[in-house]
Design a protein around this ligand. Sequence first.
Ligand code: GLV
Length: 325
Amino acid sequence: MSRSRVLVYRELPPDQLARIRAEHEVTLADPSLPEQEAAFFEALGSASGMIGALYPVGSSLLARAPALRVVSSVSVGLDAYDQAALAARGIVLCHTPGVLDEAVADLLMGMVLAIGRRIPELVEHVRTGAWARHVEPDLYGWDVHGKTLGVLGYGRIGHAVARRAALGFGMPVLYCARSPRASGLPGGAARQVSLPELLSESDFLVVVLPLTEQTRGLLGAAELSLMKPGAFLVNAGRGAVIQEDALVRALDAERLRGAALDVFVTEPLPGESPLRTHPKVLPLPHVGSATHETRHAMAEMATSNLLMVLRGEPPLAAQPVRPQP
Ligand code: GLV
């Protein structure tokens, strides 16, 4: 089998890099680092495969990649890729569904607990030396167990969160999905409802939607105003599903008690974003899948996808090629 050129545009663990090097010529270049941008575009000119994440791949980039056959994303979300442009060129777009569900669900429950029980504020209270006597009600949190958890986006991750909430924390679970979907949990533990019902009944609303034309800006002022007064919003899907200015207004108006956000419209979060320092926001730097084990599993799956396509085999997970109009 002839060796092809592969462009690795985000760091990969050494064992996965070695798998690629065993079959192909590798160039490492991260285009988000100014000093590596030129090397990235030079390598793109002869690359048959690309592997990496979180860099926009659209038609202008593809025009500079005449030999490209596969883009293997070390992510489950594919919103950084112009899927129509890839499909038009017959380039296979692979991703890593399944291996990160439990890690993201762990973090989501952590965010629910952290914001409900005010863990970051309490840590700060101790660290700054303010803990001089017992904690007064102004620093009490709110119960998590027994509260209603709503899941917006009931895919694999949504189900993993629902399972933790229902079986571990005794939380009644509501979920909203585009089509009728069984909860996959013991009878009565979770119930499918409409979006307005989900918004108005959830104490903790967990958003795990991918970013698509249908979900962009889905939660704006009107939807947030339907949320239960004093509810918490938790997002680890994609930032642009929530209209950030409307969220800030809902928090300022004390309509919502708080928001825990792992994803934002612009990442890294710009210095001037009010979400960075808002006292009712718990911001995280997009780390849903960022554990040693899970990031390695994602890299391994993405590497397998890349190698399989270059060998002419079907990959483990590829985005179905959309029919062209
Ligand atoms: C993370 O956000 C992913 O899409 O894998």
